[in-house]
Design a protein around this ligand. Structure first.
Ligand code: SF4
Length: 425
């Protein structure tokens, strides 16, 4: 459950100018026809105002976990002592951007473990969001939850707050594998969480699963998928276990040398997952993501894949607007320190060149079943892909990795399996 970032698409001149307490000026130049800039003083920060009619996505990061899962390399802290201070700082950061972003049609509360917060704490975040921004009436509002943290009353309260999508980190229905992964919950709790979510009225439920775990062969993984689809989740994310060298699982791997699937087996897991879930009626709409129909695809995540603006708040969160990407300091303490001093908690930012945007759009587009709308790509990024990349596209087509369909360059299932290398064209 990584902190996400945002991007934005605009075209004019100056953009957001942030002047911090030391008087250092950082300029985020924005280029958009639908951009309106006005100066606004915010205490010790000064932010130029951007107003546009693009519906951006809002990501809020909750960087706390009760314990660390053995495979997890995402930043989060175990101590919950800092939660009250963190929420106070988050409220300030929510307000920082009040004149830069004005309207959101997706909100994603991710982590970390957002379901560690109490209903009152979550309500205070939503209250700050609603006081500051316009949230469209049809907004997709997602919260990530871990089984074992949630009760029916908690979930009912979430529904009453307007949270209409719940994503549960199930990972596996096998207690041995859950233990191996260092998850806090049991398979019984995972099933109970799904039942409770349904009873609380969640009709848009996503579950996360992990494959390629030691001891979980293809047959056992198919069994996991079979169990999952019996609950008819609207959305399923299937991630392959990867071993980051900083994780406890990597240390176990080094010491015990447990087996990991080789490339061929990994490809088999991928194809089996895709075939199985599509046979069950799911759309394999992105490398790791499946939805029961196109309206149930994650609207929030689609913004990341389509270069739509988004604002990420909290430690490590990324934001994207036009050709700029900026991200926050990842440590909670540093985040608190910066906000306490009246500064933006920025770690850094980058100005993406047109060539970088073209490559990103290619990379992200080929990770989705929808693929790349060639006419739109040319309008937005100024490149006629078919004309400029024809030889390589032909090779990819001959190898059945992509196809051309009604003006779209679309990855095949085999292409999705190697999506990360497709964009190298
Ligand atoms: S719950 Fe586990 S996997 Fe999720 S962020 Fe916390 S430690 Fe990582």
């Amino acid at each position: 459950m990584p902190p996400s970032g945002g991007h934005s698409r605009v075209g004019g001149n100056p953009g957001i100018i942030i002047i911090n307490a030391e008087g250092t000026k950082q300029t985020f130049s924005l280029q958009s026809k639908n951009l309106l800039l006005t100066a606004q003083s915010r205490g010790r920060l000064q932010i130029l105002r951007m107003s546009n009619n693009i519906k951006a996505g809002l990501y809020i990061h909750i960087p706390f976990c009760l314990s660390k899962c053995a495979y997890c390399s995402f930043y989060s802290i175990k101590s919950s002592k800092l939660i009250p201070d963190y929420l106070a700082a988050l409220h300030k950061e929510i307000k920082f951007y009040s004149k830069s972003f004005n309207s959101f049609d997706t909100i994603y509360i991710g982590g970390g473990t957002p379901s560690l917060l109490s209903c009152d704490q979550l309500a205070s975040i939503f209250s700050a969001i609603h006081k500051t921004y316009k949230i469209t009436t049809d907004a997709e509002i997602t919260l990530e939850a871990n089984p074992g943290d949630i009760s029916q009353d908690f979930l009912k309260t979430l529904r009453s707050m307007g949270i209409n999508r719940l994503n549960i980190g199930i990972q596996s229905f096998d207690d041995k594998l859950l233990k191996f992964l260092g998850r806090r919950h049991s398979s019984r709790e995972a099933i109970a969480a799904i039942d409770q979510a349904r009873q609380a009225g969640f009709d848009n439920l996503g579950i996360d699963l992990i494959y390629g775990v030691h001891g979980n062969g293809i047959k056992s993984w198919k069994n996991t998928l079979l169990k999952a689809v019996r609950f008819l989740p609207e959305h399923i994310s299937c991630y392959q276990l990867s071993l980051d060298t900083k994780t406890p699982l990597y240390k176990t791997y080094k010491h015990s040398g447990f087996s990991l699937p080789d490339e061929k087996i990994q490809a088999k897991f991928f194809m089996t997952t895709s075939e199985f879930l599509e046979d069950e009626g799911y759309i394999h709409y992105e490398v790791s993501n499946f939805a029961r129909n196109k309206h149930l695809q994650s609207r929030h995540n689609m913004k990341y894949w389509r270069h739509v603006p988004y604002l990420g708040l909290g430690p490590g969160a990324h934001s994207f607007l036009d050709q700029k990407r900026w991200w926050n300091k990842s440590s909670v303490r540093n985040y608190l320190k910066e906000i306490g001093a009246g500064k933006m908690p920025l770690e850094n930012y980058e100005q993406l060149s047109l060539a970088q945007l073209q490559l990103e759009a290619l990379f992200l587009g080929l990770r989705t079943k929808a693929g790349i709308d060639l006419r739109f790509y040319q309008q937005k990024y100024g490149m006629d892909l078919l004309a400029e990349k024809r030889p390589i596209i032909e090779i990819l087509r001959e190898n059945k990795l992509v196809k051309l369909e009604l003006g779209f360059l679309v990855p095949t299932r085999k292409g999705l399996a190697v999506a990360d290398s497709l964009a190298l064209i």
